[in-house]
Ligand binder design. Structure first.
Ligand SMILES: *[C@@H]1O[C@H](CO)[C@@H](O)[C@H](O)[C@H]1NC(C)=O
Ligand SMILES: *[C@@H]1O[C@H](CO)[C@@H](O)[C@H](O)[C@H]1NC(C)=O
Ligand SMILES: *[C@@H]1O[C@H](CO)[C@@H](O)[C@H](O)[C@H]1NC(C)=O
Ligand SMILES: *[C@@H]1O[C@H](CO)[C@@H](O)[C@H](O)[C@H]1NC(C)=O
Ligand SMILES: *[C@@H]1O[C@H](CO)[C@@H](O)[C@H](O)[C@H]1NC(C)=O
Length: 393
C-alpha cells in the first residue's frame, strides 16, 4: 500500500511535468500565432502627417479637402487656413506666406495646407515643414473644360457670351480676350496656372518640358481625377494611411442634368486650346500608372479599389437617408447646403434623422461642404476669434 502510494506520487509528478511542458508549448504556439495574425495591423510604416495639397479647380479636389480636414482632426494637426474671412489662400495671386492665418505666430509648424492657392514653392516652404509631402490632382482637360464652363460661366467673360461649351470651342479666340486674362483663367490651362505658371504661354517643347521637370521636383505625387478611386489607394499606400482615411462621399459634384455633352470635335479641340494642360496631363497620367506599378500589381490595386467602394457603400447606407447625393434645394438642413455656382446644380446630402453621438459626428463630417468645414476648422484652431461654426453634434 505504502509502495503503491510512492509510485503514484512519482507518477503524479511526471504527469504534472508533462502538463506544464504541454501548456508552455500550447501558450507559445498560440501567442506566436496570434502575433502572426496581427502583423498586418502593426504597420511597418508611420503615417505621414505633414502634407501640402495643391487644390486645383474642377478636379474632384473638394472631396480631397474633406479627406484632409478629417485626417487633421483625427491626428490633431494644424491646418494653414486663409487669414481673415478669406475662402482661399489669396487665389488667383501667387501664394505668399502671409496669406495664412497666424503665420507670424505659428511659423513653420503647420501640418496641412489644402485650400485653393496659386503655387509658389518658396513661399509655401516658409509655411510647411521641410519633410512635407506635396501632392496635387489633375484631370483630362476636355472634361475639365466642360465642368469649368458650367461652374464659372457667370464670372468668366470668355464663357459668358457663348451658347455652350461646344460653341465656345468652335471659335475660342472670338470669346477669349487676352486683355481680360485675369478673369479668363477658368477658360484656358488653369491647372498650369494653379501650379504657378503662365496659362497663356505659347507652346514650346523646351518650355513645356522644363515646367514638367519643375513640377516633378516640387511634388511627390500627382493624382488623376479620372481614376479617383485608384488615386485614393495610391495616396493611402504612399502615406501609410488607413482605408477609412480615404473613404469619401463625393463632394461639390454636379447633377447629371447640368452636364453638357461635348462633341468629339470639341474634345479634340481642347487638346489644342489647352495644350499646356494636355501635355501636363499626359505626362502625369503616365507617371501615375508607373507609381502604382512600383507599389502593387493591378490585381492588388483593383482588390483595394473594391474594398474602398464596399466601405463607401456601407457608410452611405449607415449615414444617408437617400443613400445617395441629392440636389442642393433638396438638402433639408440648410447649414449643410453646398455653395451653388453658375448653372451647375451642386449636389448635397441628407443624413438619416435618427443618428446620434459619434455616428452622427462622423457621418456629418463626411458630407459637410468645404466652406462650412473650413469655418469649423478655423474656430477649432482659433477659438477666441469668435466665429460661429457648424455644430457637429
Ligand atoms: C492637440 O494639440 C493641441 C496643441 O497643439 C494640444 O494642446 C492638445 O492637447 C492636443 N490634443 C490631443 C487630443 O492630442
Ligand atoms: C528639417 O527641419 C528640421 C527641424 O526643423 C531640422 O532639424 C533638419 O535639419 C531639417 N532638414 C533638412 C534636410 O533641412
Ligand atoms: C478686349 O478687352 C478690352 C478691354 O476690356 C477691350 O478694349 C477690347 O476691345 C477687347 N477686344 C476684343 C477683341 O473684344
Ligand atoms: C492614361 O493612362 C492609362 C493607363 O496607362 C491609359 O489607358 C490612358 O489612355 C491614358 N490617358 C491619356 C490621356 O494618356
Ligand atoms: C449617446 O450618448 C448618450 C450620452 O453620452 C448616451 O446616454 C447614449 O446611450 C448614447 N446613445 C447611443 C445610441 O450610443
Amino acid at each position: 500500500m505504502k509502495n503503491t502510494w510512492r509510485y503514484f506520487h512519482q507518477y503524479a509528478w511526471f504527469i504534472l511535468w508533462l502538463g506544464v511542458v504541454a501548456m508552455i508549448g500550447f501558450v507559445q504556439h498560440h501567442v506566436l500565432k496570434a502575433t502572426k495574425q496581427q502583423q498586418p495591423v502593426f504597420k511597418a510604416c508611420q503615417p505621414t502627417t505633414n502634407v501640402m495639397f495643391l487644390k486645383t479647380h474642377k478636379t474632384a479636389s473638394s472631396t480631397i479637402l474633406n479627406i484632409l480636414f478629417r485626417f487633421s482632426e483625427k491626428h490633431n494637426l494644424t491646418a494653414a487656413l486663409p487669414n481673415g474671412n478669406g475662402f482661399h489662400l489669396g487665389y488667383p495671386q501667387l501664394f505668399r506666406a502671409t496669406f495664412v492665418e497666424e503665420f507670424k505666430s505659428i511659423g513653420r509648424n503647420f501640418n496641412v495646407m489644402c485650400n485653393h492657392l496659386r503655387f509658389n514653392a518658396q513661399e509655401v516652404r516658409r509655411v510647411m515643414p521641410n519633410d512635407t509631402f506635396y501632392f496635387s490632382i489633375l484631370r483630362d482637360p476636355a472634361t475639365w473644360l466642360e465642368s469649368s464652363y458650367v461652374y464659372y460661366k457667370d464670372v468668366t467673360p470668355a464663357f459668358r457670351n457663348s451658347k455652350n461649351v461646344n460653341d465656345f470651342l468652335a471659335s475660342p479666340w472670338s470669346y477669349y480676350n487676352l486683355t481680360e486674362k485675369n478673369w479668363n483663367i477658368y477658360a484656358k490651362n488653369q491647372m498650369w496656372f494653379d501650379l504657378g505658371y503662365d496659362n497663356n504661354a505659347v507652346y514650346d517643347e523646351y518650355y513645356v518640358q522644363s515646367v514638367i521637370q519643375d513640377v516633378e521636383q516640387n511634388f511627390h505625387l500627382m493624382l488623376i481625377a479620372d481614376y479617383f478611386d485608384e488615386s485614393m489607394i495610391l495616396l493611402k499606400d504612399t502615406l501609410c494611411w488607413d482605408l477609412d482615411d480615404v473613404v469619401y462621399f463625393k463632394l461639390n459634384a454636379r447633377s447629371q442634368s447640368t452636364v453638357q455633352t461635348m462633341s468629339p470635335e470639341s474634345k479634340e479641340k481642347t487638346k489644342e486650346w489647352c495644350t499646356l494642360d494636355w501635355e501636363l496631363y499626359k505626362h502625369f497620367n503616365n507617371t501615375f500608372w508607373i507609381k502604382i506599378q512600383e507599389r502593387m500589381d493591378l490585381k492588388t490595386l483593383y482588390k483595394e479599389v473594391e474594398r474602398l467602394q464596399k466601405r463607401q457603400k456601407e457608410l452611405m447606407e449607415m449615414c444617408l437617408s437617400e443613400e445617395t447625393a441629392v440636389e442642393g434645394n433638396k438638402v433639408k438642413d440648410k447649414r449643410l447646403k453646398p455653395f451653388q455656382s453658375g448653372t451647375a446644380k451642386i449636389l448635397g446630402y441628407n443624413l438619416k434623422p435618427d443618428l446620434v453621438n459619434e455616428t452622427l459626428t462622423s457621418c456629418k463630417k463626411m458630407i459637410v461642404p468645404e466652406l462650412q468645414y473650413m469655418a469649423y476648422m478655423y474656430s477649432r484652431q482659433f477659438p477666441d476669434k469668435n466665429k460661429k461654426p457648424i455644430d457637429f453634434k
